[in-house]
Each structure stands twice: as C-alpha cells, then as structure tokens.
Design a protein around this ligand. Structure first.
Ligand code: SF4
Length: 91
C-alpha cells in the first residue's frame, strides 16, 4: 500500500487533506471543521492571489468557477465580477 503522501502528491483532494488532518490534529477537530462544509471546502482569497481587478480579458464573470452575483465555487468570500485570481479557468 502506498503512503498517503505519495497518493496526495499527484492530486490534492479533500480526502488527502482530511487524512493529513486526522493524523495531525485529531478527529474531534476535523469534525468541528466539517460543521460548515461550504466554508471548509473553499480556498482563502490570499492563497490564490485574488484581486478585485481583472487580468486583461480574464475576469471572474467569464471564469468557469464564477457563481453570480458575487461568489466563486472554489474561492472563499465575496468575489467581484471584475476580479481575478491565479486559478482562473476560461468559461
Ligand atoms: S477568477 Fe478565481 S475568484 Fe474569480 S471566479 Fe475564477 S476561480 Fe473564482
């Protein structure tokens, strides 16, 4: 059986994060984190260099991850339609 770190190196998944979390901080803490699945599953804006201004023709409201009127499927918090971040995916 391969180590979890080898499996996770190819693709970071929610399962990988939870496996690491359960080893490091215990099940009770993880269950507390899971109390708000929507918040636990999104990435902080700072982690993807989110900004409220576009990158040329790339902006949130033409990104595949955009959720009108002001949210993103992947990035946490209020998102401007004219914003942009490093994980932009053309719609
Ligand atoms: S550019 Fe980034 S923040 Fe904006 S919708 Fe796409 S993934 Fe979300």
């Amino acid at each position: 059986m391969r180590e979890a770190t080898q499996i996770c190196s190819a693709e970071i998944t929610r399962r990988c994060l939870l496996q690491g979390a359960t080893r490091g901080i215990g099940a009770a803490t993880v269950l507390g984190m899971m109390a708000s699945p929507a918040m636990a599953s999104k990435i902080p804006q700072s982690a993807v260099a989110y900004r409220a201004t576009p990158n040329a023709a790339q902006h949130c409201d033409n990104c595949r991850l955009w959720e009108p009127p002001n949210a993103c499927k992947t990035v946490d918090g209020t998102i401007s339609p004219q914003g942009w971040c490093r994980i932009y995916v053309k719609a």
